[in-house]
Design a protein around this ligand. Structure first.
Ligand SMILES: Cc1cc2nc3c(=O)[nH]c(=O)nc-3n(C[C@H](O)[C@H](O)[C@H](O)COP(=O)(O)OP(=O)(O)OC[C@H]3O[C@@H](n4cnc5c(N)ncnc54)[C@H](O)[C@@H]3O)c2cc1C
Length: 417
């Protein structure tokens, strides 16, 4: 039986960060990745995706993106290459192509028995770094018999992959919005279902929104504001980076509709909430601008005012006269892209690290099962936790916790071995 001190499950950015910090703390460990390093950047995301944050921000502290300027948005394959290079830089012990299928506590002594596709392993510590976005959610709404191609955003690659015809994109987070925009640019007729969301200025007063969230301490907030838990955020680094304003997409020919509610007899039904959703998005956007203005004033910064950023374009016809139904055949819709998010799947982690609702039970990644840790989950310690720069800091805390625990375990009373 192979034995390791610490086992990291998942070789994405969270697994690489965990490995770096464990190495620094001198904790012997192994990372198991079922695909390749940063697999989800490679095979779960569309071809043209670029990072949502600029190169100076969306990276780990120890390595820059040398082929890109600091304000450029790095294409997703290069993001994956970056994590491979990062892991190579410190010789991360990552074993690829090995899936962890079960983790169970060993009765009567410390440690865990880990079942993998390459045989069992024993570990004293297990870090679950299997991602914030694990299992795609597709609402069971439109049956196969509707005769349209349906896919989750993780299955979307490029416009050429979809059959000729119009497309319904459901979900207005960063994925849905960027995919809808790409399809529109490719000449498709696109309907975008816009639910509740927040949106940010891409740049304001000469600074990217990543910078503003940083200086305002907003990456560090520990829990979502009340009532915003399920609200998605629309930002984009595509085409050099731009602020998402759904009305601008409508000006270019996209039809905006409210939240997708149901389907019957070939017709998709939408809630009459488009105007309200856009208005709430505008409020979040204006609140960001106001906080930035307040910060500039309070700190006497020399950043030029930008009154034009406050302007909201007039509502297009699809907002003032909302579309509440879409007959797929009549509208020539041949595909639906569901950009409807993800859920967690920790069915392999069979330990006491979950609450009554089945959610990971932890504080800053230290779970209720001694020896088991989580990394990379949304809001693990703060807003930045599921993002590239944030997970690096969480990984330091978790590795430190393990190193400290090992010190206790290494204690021997004088005269005892
Ligand atoms: C479309 C999209 C764009 C994003 N863009 C950005 C961005 O620009 N900037 C940013 O900071 N964040 C971005 N994020 C958020 C976040 O950075 C990514 O989701 C990132 O991939 C999370 O890294 P991770 O290592 O936590 O998880 P993942 O990348 O999901 O890695 C988990 C790894 O675990 C492996 N794995 C899972 N189960 C097992 C198992 N049982 N055994 C072995 N291996 C397993 C998987 O193969 C995977 O490689 C984006 C997210 C999405 C969905």
């Amino acid at each position: 039986m192979e034995r390791v001190e610490a086992l990291v499950v998942g070789g994405g950015q969270a697994g690489v960060a965990a490995s770096e910090h464990l190495t620094r703390f001198g904790v012997p460990h192994l990372v198991l990745e079922r695909g390749r390093i940063a697999e989800r950047w490679r095979s779960w995301r569309w071809d043209s995706l670029v990072a949502n944050g600029p190169a100076w921000h969306d990276r780990f502290p120890g390595l820059e993106f040398t082929a890109y300027g600091p304000d450029e948005f790095v294409p997703k394959e290069e993001v994956a290459d970056y994590f491979e290079a990062y892991a190579a830089k410190f010789g991360a012990p990552i074993r690829c192509g090995v899936e962890v299928t079960a983790v169970r506590r060993i009765p009567g002594r410390t440690g865990f028995r880990v079942e993998t596709s390459a045989g069992p392993i024993e570990a004293n510590y297990v870090i679950a770094a299997t991602g914030p976005f694990q299992r795609p959610i597709v609402p069971a709404m439109v049956p196969e018999s509707a005769g349209v191609v349906q896919m989750h955003s993780t299955g979307y690659r490029n416009p050429g992959q979809l059959p000729e015809g119009a497309v319904l994109v459901v979900g207005c987070g960063s994925s849905g919005t960027q995919i809808a925009d790409e399809l529109l640019r490719a000449g498709r007729r696109v309907t975008l279902s816009v639910g509740p969301h927040s949106r940010y200025p891409r740049r304001y007063r000469e600074r990217d929104y990543c910078w503003w969230l940083g200086v305002l301490g907003r990456w560090d907030i520990e829990a979502p504001e009340p009532d915003t838990r399920h609200v998605t955020i629309a930002v984009s680094g595509a085409y050099g980076g731009h602020t998402i304003d759904f009305r601008r997409l409508a000006e270019r020919g996209m039809t905006l509709v409210g939240r997708t509610e149901g389907f019957a007899d070939g017709v998709v039904r939408f809630a009459p909430d488009l105007a309200a959703n856009l208005a709430a998005g505008d409020r979040s956007y204006h609140s960001e601008l106001q906080q930035a203005d307040d910060y500039v004033a309070a700190n006497g910064l020399d950043l030029p005012e930008e009154p034009a950023a406050w302007e909201i374009p007039a509502d297009p016809a699809c907002v003032t006269d909302p579309v509440l139904e879409l007959d797929l055949a009549e509208a020539g819709v041949t595909s639906i892209v569901w950009a409807t998010g993800f859920e967690l799947d920790f069915s392999w982690l069979q330990v006491d690290a979950f609450d009554a609702a089945g959610k990971p039970a932890h504080r800053r990644g230290v779970s209720t099962e001694p020896g088991v840790y989580f990394l990379g989950l949304p809001w693990l310690s703060r807003r930045g936790s599921s993002f590239i720069w944030g997970v690096w800091h969480d990984a330091m805390y978790v590795a430190d916790h393990i190193a400290t625990h090992r010190q206790y375990m290494a204690y021997r009373a004088p005269g005892r071995v």
